[in-house]
Ligand binder design. Structure first.
Ligand code: GDP
Length: 313
């Protein structure tokens, strides 16, 4: 079972078009996930039809990659406004954020909203100044803008001290020096490993998992997604769902998955800190906790706002 020290859960915060999809594509490719003949026909984080139609990412997705024995779970966050509390729910699975900003455009107002929520949740940011290859790029000014924004949003001293990585997602490299081109994304991967804390939690405790998202799959139906906050989960275990109204429902955990590159893969077990998906539980809802039957202890319920379909600023 994966030790929590070998896990990093990161959310990406970016304004639309600042290069989130391109960066995740490049990270996946460089982490060696794509086997030689596996074609990447679709860009990863934008693969949903609805998103494509609207040209924006509105549904949180999970993907993961491996770098130096560490599993990096990447949680997509909507880049604009809030859809049913989705930003908050996605951020709650993360232990740090990549704040991705275009080196020419700089900070955009829509990033502010999500960043504020991340800072309030005490997440550690890594600042990624992307598109430094653009002829008009002004990376150092943009870093100043980001720091101003962090100050403005009440970031802690630690958050203000966030590492900065300069990147060209398009060309697949990152560098810690704004004046120097990198060769690959290693500086970014290394910064993620060193600056973003691994998830905490007791591996030997009783299972606690907050359902942060619900996915649907035509084949398996409703799929609950969340991070294991405590303990372990084993396929076939008995468990209990703690409902918002205080009632509980007994269930059997039958189909358990973790995220690997772009897919959900079936596993027999998973441990604290990892992000998992459980299918086969028909009436499970966001905000409910999956617990061990002998220690029923719900996690704080995440309120879901009504979807806000217009911009709030
Ligand atoms: P997203 O909306 O944040 O997912 O942005 P995309 O990854 O779709 O990128 C938006 C546009 O910016 C695309 O045309 C990309 O090719 C381009 N782009 C992304 N990264 C870079 C980069 O590092 N340099 C340059 N010059 N363009 C980039």
């Amino acid at each position: 079972m994966l030790n929590q020290k070998n896990i990093r859960n990161i959310a990406i915060i970016a304004h639309v078009d600042h290069g989130k999809t391109t960066l995740v594509d490049a990270m996946l490719k460089q982490s060696g996930i794509f086997r030689e003949n596996q074609e990447v026909e679709e860009r990863i984080m934008d693969s949903n039809d609805l998103e494509r139609e609207r040209g924006i990412t509105i549904l949180a997705k999970n993907t993961s990659l491996h770098y130096e024995n560490v599993k990096i779970n990447i949680i997509d966050t909507p880049g604009h406004a809030d859809f049913g509390g989705e930003v908050e729910r996605s951020l709650k699975m993360a232990n740090g954020v990549l704040l991705l900003v275009d080196a020419f455009e700089g900070c955009m107002p829509q990033t502010r909203f999500v960043l504020k929520k991340a800072l309030d949740l005490q997440l550690a940011p890594v600042i990624v100044i992307n598109k430094v290859d653009r002829p008009m790029a002004r990376p150092l000014e943009v870093v100043d803008e980001v720091l101003e924004l962090l100050l403005d949003l009440g970031a802690s001293d630690e958050q203000l001290d966030s590492p900065v990585v300069y990147a060209s997602a398009k060309d697949g490299w990152a560098s810690l020096d704004p004046e120097e081109e990198g060769a690959d994304l290693k500086p970014l991967f290394d910064t993620i490993l060193s600056a973003i804390p691994h998830p905490e939690g007791d591996m030997d405790g009783d299972l606690q998992l907050l359902v942060s998202n619900i996915d649907y799959d035509g084949y398996t139906g409703r799929i609950a997604v969340g991070r294991i906050d405590r303990g372990q989960i084993h396929s076939g275990d008995q468990a209990v769902i703690c409902r918002k109204n205080g009632t509980t429902t007994s269930i059997k955990l039958s189909n358990l998955y973790v995220f690997q590159d772009l897919q959900r893969i079936a596993v027999e077990e998973a441990g604290v800190g990892d992000i998992v998906a459980v299918s086969g539980i028909k009436d499970i809802n966001i905000g409910e906790t999956i617990c061990c039957p002998s220690n029923i202890e719900p996690l704080p319920f995440v309120e879901i706002d009504e979807p806000v379909l217009s911009m709030t600023f």
